[in-house]
Write a protein that binds this ligand. Sequence first.
Ligand code: PBG
Length: 335
Amino acid sequence: MKNLDLAFRPRRARTTDAMRALTAQTSLEPRNMIQVLFVRDGIDAPVAIESMPGQYQHTLDSLKYEVRQAIDAGIACVDLFGVPRDEDKDDEGSVAWAEDGILNRGIRALREEFGNEIVIMADTCLDEFTSHGHCGPLVTDEWGNEVVDNDRAVESYCKMAVSQAKAGAHTVSPSGMMDGQVGAIRAALDDAGYPDVSIMAYSAKYASAFFGPFRDAVGSTFKGDRKTYQQDPAQRREALLEAQLDIEEGADFVMVKPAMAYLDIVRELADVSPVPVAAYQVSGEYAMIEAAAAKGWIDRERIVTESLMGIRRAGADIILTYYATEVATWLNQTK
Ligand code: PBG
């Protein structure tokens, strides 16, 4: 039989491993990934997070161990969340900016141990620290509805960001989706003498069910929703507005969260953003992979790598993921 007369045979780009490597436009490298970690107050051994198999609430010691592993694997940044003791929570979340609050102690321990070896990023939000679990203080409006007070929340974020900078954070990451949070934090950091501390803005953060397992991770009993401050999943243009405002207010990075169900938003921001774009592969994305892998229904290593490659291909410069160090280790082995 005569061969088809084809000018293009795309399969030529797929013939060998070397050819596939040569022709690929997307890569996944350890330095592109941020390892997300939890540090918890009042424990003397790491506590496993049930809904996120393989992830732990760390003690200061196990936290340092994890960060050493991340550095050795070539990870360039860790993002730290704090889990306070229940009795330290209040309506304002004031332990969030206490110098001896668990998150600030975690930041300080890392900065003292690792200096500038790795970018130390801290989550700058109150929901882990408030007794009601919302991302800011509540007020009752004139019709009797309880709402999160935007401007008072921002005031608290500013105190928190400055306390994190003092503790040694290189980057703060406001994740509360309050209006004006980036500009106010930028001004507060500058006033306090921290013009070089950068801001990773959660710009397009959606009111997502994919955050479910995170509640477990931070010991939150929060039952409500965040629909009045996080974005509606049906929104597209708003993501551009949020990112544009954050950049105007001084964001050094913009972020989309969750990642997998919002890759179109990642691509839209990647096409226009003058600052690096990050995407956060969240707890629910992690839990789904782990659950299916535990059943033997998917190939864990391939799915994890493919999910991260997809986020990179959508245009994310940086990925926040619970898999960072582990994947970096795989990548280093195949080199
Ligand atoms: C809140 C915050 C959440 C996550 C990060 N920061 C939860 C929420 O908004 O309900 C979720 C992270 C994850 O699911 O992995 N400041």
